[in-house]
Every structure is written in C-alpha cells, then in structure tokens.
Design a protein around this ligand. Structure first.
Ligand code: ADP
Ligand code: MG
Length: 576
C-alpha cells in the first residue's frame, strides 16, 4: 500500500496529517504529489469534488516553501470566501509542525487591515479570492512579486463566475518563472484555454474519467410542470423513506422556503444558505452529519466543501445556472464506493439541456416517471414493517407492557397489523388523496410564453452573493446605463449571476457600456442569452403572498443556458 512517506512527504508534514487521520493518500494525491514535489513543471489536475485536491497541492507546496524566509512564496486563488477559509484552515493544519510557516486567508467581507496585518507578520502562503487579492495588491498590502507557486483551485468555478480577467491580472504581477498548478473538477473549454494561455507545457493528471461523474452515480430526470416541483420532491422523498439527501435550489429564497415547507410537512429537513449566520450553518451541518436532518436543502455556494459521506440522493430542485455545477452537485453522492442517485426535477422546456449534461458527465441520464401513489404507500409501509422486524426487543420492555397488553387484548394479529400500519397510512393517504394524481408535465408556466423578438435578455455576473437583489440591481442598471424607469425589466437575481431584459433597440448601448467594465476589481460581463425570457411570475407549488417580504414578486427562474464569462478583447488586464 502506498503511504504518504513513499510519495516523498517529509516527517513534519507526515506527523500533522497522521494526526488528522489521513492514513493513505487518495488517488489524486498519489498521482500529483510526486510530480509537484520533484518536478519544475506546471500542471493541470482534474478530479472530482471530495477527492482530496487540497492536500494534493497543499502538501507539496508547504514542503517546498522556505519557512525561514518571510517572503510570500505561494498563493492559492479560490472562487469563494468559504473555500478560502476552508483551504487556509486545512493548510494551517498540515503546517502545524513546521515552525514559522504561516498561511493567511484573504477574502472580502472581513477587515482588510486585519488581513494586511496578518500578512505583514510574514505569511509565506496566501489563500485568496480574486477580488480581495487585487484590492490588496493595489494598496500594496501584499507583494506577490517573488511568488514561486501559484495554485488556481476550482478553476472551472472561477471561470463560471467571471473571474478570468482577474486571474489574468493577478498572474501578470507574478514572476514568469513561477510554477502554476491548476485544479478543477471539470475541464470546460475555458479551463483548457486558461491552461494554454497561462501555463507552460502543463502536465496533465486526470483522476477518473475526464469530465465524467462517478460511475457510482445513477442519473435520472423527472419532468413536471413548474408549479409541481415541490410535490415532485415530496414524492421522490416519500418513495425512499430512508433517504439521506441534499436538495439543491438555485436561490437562497427557494432554499429557505423548500426547507420550511418540508419541515411543516413533517420531514427532518434543514436549510443551508448564505443568509444564515456561520453559527446557524454550523448547527445545521452538525445535525445533518448526525443524520438528525435527513434532507439538507442548500444553495450551490453554501454546499461547497461539504464533505459528508453516504449521501443517498442528490436532488436538483432546479437545474444549476452553469451546467458544470451539475457535476459538483451530483459528486456529493456516490462517494467512497457507495452508490448514489442524482435526480433532476425539471420542466418540459428544460429537456433540451439533458443532452449537454450527458456530454459533460459522460453518462446517461435516464428519464423516469414520478412514482405513483400506490408505489409510495407500499414503500412507506414496507419500510415501517422492516423497521419493526429489525428492532431488537428490549429486555426491560415487558415490565411496562401489562396495561398495553390489556388494551390490545381483543385484536387478532391481522387487526394489530392493520392498525399499526394505518398510523402512517392514514396520514400519507390523506395527503396524496388531496393531490391531483398526476404530477406530470402539463402546461408549464415556465416553458411556454417567451419573450417577443423585440425584447433582449441578458445575463450579468452579479448576484445575490454580491448583496444585490432585483431592486438594487435594477437601480444600478438604470443608473449605470442612464436609462429611464421601465427600460429594464424582468430582473432575476441568482446567487452568482442575474438576468434582465431590455427592448432590443437598446442592445448595442447595453453591450457597449459594459465593455471592459469592472466593479470592485472584478470584471463585469454582460451578454445576450439565447434562452427565452422565462421570467416566472407564478406557480412553483408554494402559496403566494403569505411570507413574502420586500422585493419578492420577482421569482428567479433563470432557466437559461450555461453561463460563461465573456471574453473581451480590449480590457484593462495587463496581458502578458
Ligand atoms: P476536493 O478539493 O478534491 O474537493 P478536499 O481537499 O476538500 O477535496 O478533501 C475532501 C475531504 O477529504 C477533506 O475533509 C479532507 O480533509 C479529506 N481528505 C483529503 N485527503 C485525505 C486522505 N488522504 N485521507 C483521508 N481524508 C482525506
Ligand atoms: Mg477543493
């Protein structure tokens, strides 16, 4: 069996990772570590989420760094604040036995002067989001001119989020001789292009099939009317009484509402999204790990970095905005040799996306019909019966059964079974009786309609994670574009991006104004999206109005094609 020391990892690091319980290196670690330790080469490493990529770059980088020098020698660039924190914590643990080695996380939304102070103490490794990094470069709070190792982590995700020019800019301030190590779960064209542009003859390490999801995952899709999403989710959950699942929604609001609705309906569910405090999120995760929560409803961003084994199902309540995100999501199940199922709930109008998804994951996604009521009821009762059968008889229970036995004395075994099963059956039956028995794809308020040709729909890489809601974004757009109230409409804000419409005669103005535009050091990309203007006004299985707060009437239902950054010819980057 391969161990870390035979890969060339030095004793001080070995001691630390042993303490973390790492017994043997994962496959990507086995392949990448020896190369990164010994060879002066750039590298592209492709491996699914959860395969241990952090240690695959972290251990060699920490080993190669001179802890006696206080120069910044290594940088890791990652797309989100959560990831930065996670990576820096992980690296700090690996480095715990190396005297003087310091890792500092650099990300927005926290005090920049605190971070600058930590860097100044002599951090050899910085783990940064692109925005904050550039901010600190401009203010001369960090100096990356002597960097020897540069890691681009979750490169696919960074490109999805429109960070290409930011990366270009950052890299242009690093020495030419540095080594660039790129890590990614998928290899979309943009990642290949980055590799070509910024890396010198990169070696390539691919673990698992290229671009493919794990062979342990079964992929299925279910077609329903938009307003039936929630009922579909319930049916899918009810057919698997033992389900241990993550349900992905596109927006924080949907995440919260789906979780609340599930809880109201008696499920052990919890929500995980960016509007919760860190403390709330920790509690939810703790309950989920302990399986007190069976169904975790999460946004893509919040679910990043969740490492929980034995997830039985990943359910896509809505498809992600970026097709590549599908791989990240479904990679949460089917880990560590267990089998998992990835279920997509979609509308008729989205069926076209299945092909592109299949191409990306290199696997078949099977069309399935929602389980019918009989099937669900059978599953539930069998589960209950099995549970009774599997339960052990407690040695002390007899002492408490005298009265119970009296109460039930007159029932035959058949009657007892009937009554016992009816406890569950009656509840479920009543629920499904009320439902139209056909939760299927009918008229979908999402698939029909569509904008008239005189409208143009755009995507923009600003989202709720940047603290924008539709009102604020609309105000910004009107102001920036010098438009009148009413010129911008159908604004739908997702986590990382948003959509909006204008009349088509404004298209050139919009695109021209945004050409080369940057905000807080991040380039803002606006492009025309091909999809119809699927602005959803109504109908997703929730009653309207009840809980709605300000700015709520605009449902986000992007539905569109996969969002990609837009390459701009003449932009501020320094180019190399
Ligand atoms: P990735 O970046 O590929 O998504 P991570 O680096 O975040 O994956 O690792 C996923 C989890 O696996 C983390 O909790 C990490 O501590 C753990 N891990 C990494 N390598 C090993 C190993 N060799 N043995 C046991 N656990 C590991
Ligand atoms: Mg990672």
């Amino acid at each position: 069996m391969t161990d870390f020391s035979s890969l060339g990892i030095q004793p001080m690091l070995l001691e630390a990772i042993e303490a973390l319980g790492f017994q043997s290196p994962t496959e990507v670690q086995q392949q990448a570590i020896p190369i990164l330790l010994e060879q002066e080469t750039d590298i592209v490493v492709l491996a699914q989420t959860g395969t241990g990529k952090t240690a695959a770059f972290g251990l060699p980088m920490l080993q190669r760094i001179d802890a006696n020098s206080r120069t910044t020698q290594g940088i890791v660039i990652a797309p989100t604040r959560e990831l930065c924190l996670q990576i820096s914590k992980e690296l700090t643990k690996y480095a715990s036995k190396i005297k003087g080695l310091q890792v500092v996380a650099i990300y927005g939304g926290a005090s920049i002067s605190d971070q600058a102070r930590a860097v100044k103490k002599g951090a050899q490794v910085l783990v940064a989001t692109p925005g904050r990094m550039q901010d600190m470069m401009r203010r001369k709070m960090i100096n990356i001119s002597a960097v020897e190792y540069c890691v681009l982590d979750e490169a696919d995700e960074m490109l999805n989020m429109g960070f290409k020019e930011d990366i270009t800019n950052i890299l242009s301030h690093t020495p030419n001789e540095k080594l660039t190590w790129l890590f990614s779960a998928t290899m979309p064209k943009e990642v290949a292009r980055i590799a070509k542009e910024f890396m010198r003859k990169p070696k390539e390490v691919t673990v698992g099939t290229k671009n493919s999801a794990s062979a342990n995952i079964n992929h299925e899709y279910y077609v329903v009317a938009g307003r039936e999403r929630y009922n579909a989710l319930k049916r899918l959950s009810d057919t698997h009484p033992n389900i241990y699942s993550i349900v992905f929604c596109r927006t924080k609001r949907d995440t919260q509402r789906v979780a609340e609705k599930l809880i109201e309906d008696g499920y052990n569910a919890g929500a995980l999204h960016g509007d919760l405090s860190q403390n709330q999120r920790d509690l939810v995760m703790k309950a989920f790990r302990a399986k007190q929560i069976q169904t975790l409803v999460a946004t893509d961003v919040a679910a990043r970095g969740i490492d929980v084994d034995n997830i039985s199902h990943v359910i896509h309540y809505q498809l992600p905005d970026e097709i590549e995100t599908y791989t990240h999501r479904s990679g949460r199940t089917g880990r560590a040799n267990s089998l998992g199922t990835s279920m997509i709930i979609m509308t008729k109008g989205e069926i076209g996306k299945i092909r592109s998804l299949e191409r990306i994951i290199n696997a078949k996604i099977a069309h399935q019909n929602l389980p019918d009521v009989t099937n669900i009821l059978n599953q539930q009762l069998n589960f209950l019966a099995q549970k009774i059968k599997d339960s052990e008889i407690h040695p002390d229970v007899d002492a408490h059964l005298t009265e119970v036995t009296n109460i039930l004395a007159d029932f035959s075994k058949e009657e007892l079974v009937q009554r016992l099963m009816s406890i569950e059956f009656t509840r479920l039956h009543a629920y499904y009786q009320k439902q139209s028995n056909s939760v299927t794809a009918q008229d979908s308020s999402e698939s029909g309609g569509g904008r008239k040709a005189k409208d143009t729909r755009y995507s923009i890489n600003i989202g709720s994670r940047d603290n924008y809601d539709w009102k604020k974004l609309k105000a910004f757009l009107n102001n920036f574009l010098e438009f009148q109230e009413g010129d911008i409409y159908h604004v739908d804000v997702m986590d990382n991006l948003a959509y909006f419409n204008t009349s088509t005669d404004k298209k050139d103005t919009v695109l021209a104004k945004f050409e080369g535009y940057a905000m807080d050091g991040r380039s803002i990309n606006v492009r025309v999206t091909e999809k119809r203007g699927q602005h959803l006004q109504n109908g997703d299985g929730f009653s309207r109005g009840k809980k709605s707060k300000g700015g709520y009437g605009k449902r986000s239902q992007g539905g569109g094609d996969s969002f990609r950054f837009k390459k701009k010819g003449n932009s501020r980057g320094r180019g190399r």
